[in-house]
Design a binder for this molecule. Structure first.
Ligand code: A3P
Length: 284
């Protein structure tokens, strides 16, 4: 059990992050027009999207995703290791981040780099996060789902408030270089979502290539792929039972929330997410 590294009011995992680097990411890191950024609040389907985009780039050939760890293929910009890798990489980069908008590199806002932002029902994000973070040794571990539920609503969890993260990033949704996806749409119609990503990235896949992307980005394939399922985190970081690809379903929160929790969550959601057009959140 460990506490957070607090940076500009945001709690971050206590390993992999350094305040100096975080400052550099925000103020100095130069996002290039040809970069592609995968942005999410944690537990929204980040790894699934990274895997999908890598497979689109390789035209469905699984060689790359089966030979290089996912965090090397699309490094986390805010982590020490990812930051070093990215500043030294030439050409178009695939970048992953969970940073809230106000901590993201300022250079992005005047660039043509493409951002894909994935949202997921925050109730499922909460449950997924509870099971994941409880088994890691780099954030404060909740003793129960009830405790984590309270922390989540207050934003006292890794990367801060889901509501603030989502509100802020959604303010970018009308930009041409911003693609908004949802975990729910990815689940309901994976093929159309892949086609949407291809259009956004200006890639064209043949039917057989698209089938390969579908095949190798499936829950089952990713769970088997040791380069993507983060099964080899060292013992000082993860407890037994840490699983990234846990259930991969929509609505698992219904198996975990009490009726009272569901009501409280609904109320907070309505208050905090007021003002967005209906239909933007496919789970509501
Ligand atoms: P669950 O814990 O609900 O199963 P992230 O990558 O942002 O950490 O998100 C992890 C969540 O995405 C987990 O949710 C995981 O199972 C789900 N996920 C990862 N790959 C997936 C895939 N190929 N298909 C469906 N869900 C996937």
């Amino acid at each position: 059990m460990s506490d957070y590294l607090w940076f500009d009011g945001i709690p971050l995992p206590s390993v992999w992050f350094e305040k100096e680097i975080l400052k550099n990411v925000c103020d100095k890191f130069v996002i290039r027009d040809e970069d592609t950024v995968i942005l999410t609040y944690p537990k929204s389907g980040t790894h699934w999207l990274v895997e999908t985009v890598c497979l689109i780039q390789s035209k469905g050939d699984p060689n790359w995703i089966q030979s290089e760890p996912i965090w090397e293929r699309s490094p986390w910009i805010e982590g020490q290791r990812g930051y070093q890798k990215l500043i030294n990489k030439e050409g178009p980069r695939l970048i992953t981040s969970h940073l809230p908008l106000h901590l993201f590199p300022k250079s992005f806002f005047s660039s043509k780099a493409k951002v894909i932002y994935v949202i997921r029902n925050p109730r499922d994000v909460l449950v997924s996060g509870y099971f994941f973070w409880s088994k890691t040794k780099f954030v404060k571990n909740p003793e129960s789902l009830t405790t984590y539920f309270e922390w989540f609503l207050k934003g006292n969890v890794a990367y801060g408030s889901w509501f603030e993260h989502t509100r802020a990033w959604l303010s970018m949704r009308k930009r041409d270089n911003f693609l908004l996806l949802s975990y729910e749409d990815m689940k309901k119609d994976t093929k159309s979502t892949i086609e949407k990503i291809c259009d956004f990235l200006g890639k064209k896949l043949e039917t057989n290539e698209l089938d390969m992307v579908l095949k190798y980005s499936s829950f089952h394939s990713m769970k088997e792929n040791n380069m993507s399922n983060i099964s080899f985190l060292p013992e000082d970081m993860a407890s037994d039972g840490l699983v990234l690809l846990r259930k991969g379903m929509m609505g698992d929160w219904k198996n975990h929330f009490t009726v009272a929790q569901a009501e409280v969550f609904d109320k907070v959601f309505q208050e905090k997410m007021a003002g967005f057009p209906s239909g933007i959140f496919p789970w509501e």
